[in-house]
Design a protein around this ligand. Sequence first.
Ligand code: FES
Length: 157
Amino acid sequence: MQIEFNTEELQEVQKHISKYPEKKAAIMPVLWMAQKKWGWLSLDVMRYVSQLLDLPLSHVEGVASFYTMYFKKPMGKYHVQVCTNVSCMLRKGDEIYKHVAEKLGIKHNECSEDGFYSLEEVECMGACGGAPVVVINEDFYENVDISKVDDLLTSLK
Ligand code: FES
C-alpha cells in the first residue's frame, strides 16, 4: 500500500502547519488525518508523518501511543466507545458496556472478526450532562440505554 497523502490532503497538512510557529505542533491534526485515511497508525504511516513534519519517528510514536484516540492496530469500520466513568456508571454505563461486549463478542480494544465493529471502554468523554454516553466513530449518543444501543448497533448493518 502506498503511504502518501494526495495533493489536496497535502494542502490540508500545510494549512495545519501554517497555524503554528513550529511545524511539530501540527502533529495531532496530521496524525488524525492519517488515521482517517489509513484506518490506523501503522509504523509506516507514523514514519510518513515523521517525514512530513521533520520529526524523529520516536516523537511521533510517543504522541500516538499517549493518546488513546490514535489506533495502533486496525480497528473496526464502526468503533464503539462506551463511557463507564462516574457520571455514566451512575446511569448504568458499565452495564451498557458489558452488554455491548457480550453482544459483539469482543472486549476492550478488540475488533470483530469481520472487521465491522471494535469496542473501547472509555473514560469521561466530556459529555457527562448526557450520561450515559456511547460514541460510534465520531457521533455522540447521549442518555442511551441498552435498548437504544441495540437499535443503534442494528442500524449500522
Ligand atoms: S463520565 Fe461519561 S461522559 Fe463524563
